[in-house]
Structure formats: structure tokens, C-alpha cells
Design a binder for this molecule. Structure first.
Ligand SMILES: NC(=O)c1ccc[n+]([C@@H]2O[C@H](COP(=O)([O-])OP(=O)(O)OC[C@H]3O[C@@H](n4cnc5c(N)ncnc54)[C@H](O)[C@@H]3O)[C@@H](O)[C@H]2O)c1
Length: 364
């Protein structure tokens, strides 16, 4: 494979980040024989967004609808950065056309859409991944890798928070305020990221008990979700997702306690993690550096700091590496997250503890 031609469906907040990430990842030294990466096409019905893309990415073919990317035979892979209700249609169509996909989270508003995507990925045998981008945060990737080696001992408690204020004080939510389009409110938009980190650290969620606060005007999507999580490992956890937390811009916060360590991370300070190993008197701040996964792909010197957009570059590098290797991608992991989201939402509706219904077999 000499070149991976990539299309981006949707040029909003996330799509613009992905489009730039293609160009950034293309300029990393990805080793001898790595295929060139090219942003070959993009699609968005908004003429202003297409005009901006024409200026930023003059070599890309620009279309008004994602369906044009499916028809584009030159494309090897498509990033789906569309409103949630379009993910399953677009993702399944791209897979059926033989293209690899990177699908933004949540994968779909409902379980049926998620299953459709999982089946399409199994049939197509193309790389299918999801946009759980915070697993590429060097501090979190380091914590996940350390946890997997057993360095922290058994993880027994995890507090997961993702709080922002983009929905505070009646701010317009666009498609995010429409239950049929979004499926979830703060839970799918923000809580999905927090749960992805919880699962990466503690393994699958077994059951959840949740409460949600609906949007005051539409009453449809949740502005806030709180949940207790029981992990299959025996670890217990809490989840708080809010889009009305005044002053919070990107508080993806994780606090872990384990047999031999405690850790505290907050993405509002993404380049540090506080660690207390057993025997130490208290927490020690570790600045991110080349000893943490992914960091030195962007900067070689410790403590200089990566940003949110860099995580999209690292995600793009990982996804295209999987495409070049013919690897399946991380959709199986994403299915665990989606199954947990559905259990949390179902629990908030019924008021009962709810078992997570495994969706893994859909992709097996
Ligand atoms: N991973 C992350 O950190 C992250 C961050 C933001 C958003 N997201 C996810 O990305 C997705 C998009 O969110 P967003 O914030 O970018 O929304 P957005 O509204 O900013 O962008 C969506 C874009 O899709 C376009 N679009 C609508 N219909 C289309 C069609 N038929 N064909 C092509 N384009 C079409 C819209 O015009 C818009 O420009 C959501 O699933 C969201 O959850 C992920």
C-alpha cells in the first residue's frame, strides 16, 4: 500500500480536527515503507464550511453530502464526523464500498444502529475504528499501559467525570438538542469519553445505576448524567457527565485508587498526572514527556506539552497504521463503551440497576 486516500464526512468541529490530523499525521516519520497519507476528499452541505475547507485543503475534492464519498472510488478510508443519526448509514455504506472507517462517538443513537455498524464491519473485513480519542492522551495512555502491566495492583475504585459548559444557560445545541438525531445528551457526547477511559483502565462495565436531568425546554436529551458503575473486574466507579457545568471547558477527570497506587488526571491540565505510589507520603506530579506513549511522536522534550488537536493526530496515525497492516481496528472496544452507554441510559429510564448487554458478539 503506497498511499491511503482519506475522505472526511462532516466538516464541523470534529471533522475539521480530523481533516487537519490527516495532514499532520502525513508529516510524521512513520518509518520506512509507511504509506503516504492524503486528505483526498471531504463532504459537508454547508457552503461556508466547504469554502473554508477549499482554502485550507486546496487539493481535496469537496462534496455536499457524505454519499459522494461512498461513490468516490479513489478513497481507501473515510472519517465519519457527522451528527450521530448519520453514523450508521454512512459507516455501513462506506464499509460495504470497501473503505476503512473511523466513526465518531457515540456510534449511533440506538442499539440497532450500533449493531448495523458492527455487522457491516464483520462483512467488509476492513479496518473499523471509533473516535475515543482520549485514549491517545499520553498521560492516560501511560496510566492504561501501567495498569495493564499490573504496576498499580488491583484497581478498586475509579471516579470518572466529563464536564463542560457548552449547554449552560440555554445555549443553542443544534442537532445535539434533537433526541432523534443525537440519541444521547451529555452522556453520549461527554460521558462516552469518560466511560472509554474507565473501560480501558478497569475492563468492561457489568451494570449501572443512573439518574439523568433532561434539557429544560425540549425535555429530550440529558443535560447531566450521574451513574454508579460496577465493573466485571470487581472495581466500582462513578460517572458524572454534564454539559451545563459553568466554567468547565474540558474537564475529563479521572481519579483511580488501586492496591499500590492512586492517580489523578484532569484534561484541563492535560500535560500532567498526579501519582501516589504505595509507600510515598503523598502525590507526586509527573509532567508528560517522551516516556509516555505517543508524546515523542509530536515533541521530543518533556514538559513542553501536547494539546487536544495532537490527540487527533495520534489517533489518525494509529488508525492508518491499522489500515496499512490490515488490522481490524478498535470497534470491538467501542462496542463495550456503547453497551455501557445503553445500560446507563436504560437505568435512568427505569430507575433500576441495569446489566450491560454485551455487543461484542455482533463483531465476532
Ligand atoms: N472525539 C471528540 O472529541 C469529538 C469532539 C466533537 C464531536 N465529536 C463527535 O463528532 C460528531 C460531529 O460532531 P461536531 O461537533 O463536529 O458537530 P458539528 O455540527 O460541528 O458538525 C457536523 C457537520 O456535519 C455536517 N453534515 C450534516 N449532514 C451532512 C451530510 N449529509 N453530509 C455531510 N456532512 C453533513 C454538518 O453540516 C456539520 O458541518 C458527533 O458524533 C460528535 O459526538 C467528537
Amino acid at each position: 500500500m503506497k498511499r491511503i486516500a482519506i475522505g472526511v464526512a462532516g466538516l464541523g468541529f470534529a471533522g475539521a480536527l480530523h481533516a487537519r490530523a490527516v495532514e499532520q499525521a502525513a508529516r510524521l516519520d512513520r518509518g520506512p515503507g509507511a504509506p503516504a497519507l492524503q486528505l483526498a476528499a471531504a463532504a459537508d452541505p454547508d457552503p461556508a464550511r466547504r469554502a473554508a475547507a477549499a482554502r485550507a485543503f486546496p487539493a481535496a475534492r469537496l462534496h455536499a453530502d457524505w454519499q459522494a464519498l461512498v461513490q468516490d472510488r479513489d478513497l481507501d478510508a473515510v472519517v465519519i464526523a457527522l451528527p450521530n443519526d448519520l453514523h450508521a448509514d454512512a459507516g455501513a455504506a462506506c464499509l460495504a464500498a470497501g473503505k476503512a472507517v473511523l466513526i465518531e462517538k457515540p456510534l449511533a443513537p440506538d442499539a440497532a444502529g450500533v449493531r448495523r455498524l458492527a455487522h457491516a464491519a464483520v462483512r467488509a473485513r476492513r479496518t473499523a475504528s471509533a473516535g475515543y480519542v482520549f485514549r491517545h492522551s499520553p498521560a492516560l495512555a501511560w496510566a492504561i499501559a501501567q495498569a495493564q502491566t499490573g504496576a498499580f495492583g488491583e484497581l478498586h475504585h475509579i471516579a470518572l467525570t466529563h464536564a463542560e459548559d457548552y449547554g449552560a444557560a440555554g445555549a443553542p445545541l443544534g442537532w445535539r438538542g434533537d433526541a432523534a438525531r443525537a440519541g444521547y445528551g451529555a452522556l453520549g457526547d461527554l460521558g462516552a469519553h469518560a466511560i472509554s477511559i474507565g473501560i480501558a483502565l478497569c475492563g468492561p462495565v457489568a451494570s449501572a445505576a443512573a439518574i439523568q436531568s433532561p434539557h429544560p425546554e425540549t425535555g429530550l436529551t440529558d443535560d447531566r448524567t450521574s451513574a454508579l458503575l460496577a465493573f466485571t473486574s470487581g472495581a466500582q466507579g462513578s460517572l458524572h457527565a454534564s454539559r451545563t457545568a459553568l466554567g468547565r471547558k474540558m474537564r475529563l477527570a479521572v481519579e483511580i485508587s488501586a492496591d499500590r497506587a492512586s492517580l489523578v488526571f484532569d484534561h484541563e491540565r492535560p500535560n500532567e498526572i498526579d501519582v501516589c505510589m504505595a509507600g510515598q507520603p503523598g502525590f507526586v506530579k509527573r509532567l508528560c514527556g517522551p516516556d509516555m506513549p505517543g508524546y515523542d511522536r509530536i515533541i521530543c522534550a518533556a514538559g513542553h506539552g501536547l494539546g487536544f488537536a495532537d490527540l487527533f493526530t495520534l489517533q489518525m496515525e494509529a488508525w492508518t497504521r491499522d489500515i496499512a497492516a490490515g488490522a481490524p481496528g478498535d470497534l470491538g472496544f467501542a462496542l463495550q463503551v456503547e453497551a455501557s452507554l445503553q445500560a446507563v441510559r436504560a437505568s435512568a429510564r427505569t430507575g433500576a440497576w441495569t446489566l450491560v448487554q454485551a455487543m461484542h458478539e455482533a463483531a465476532a
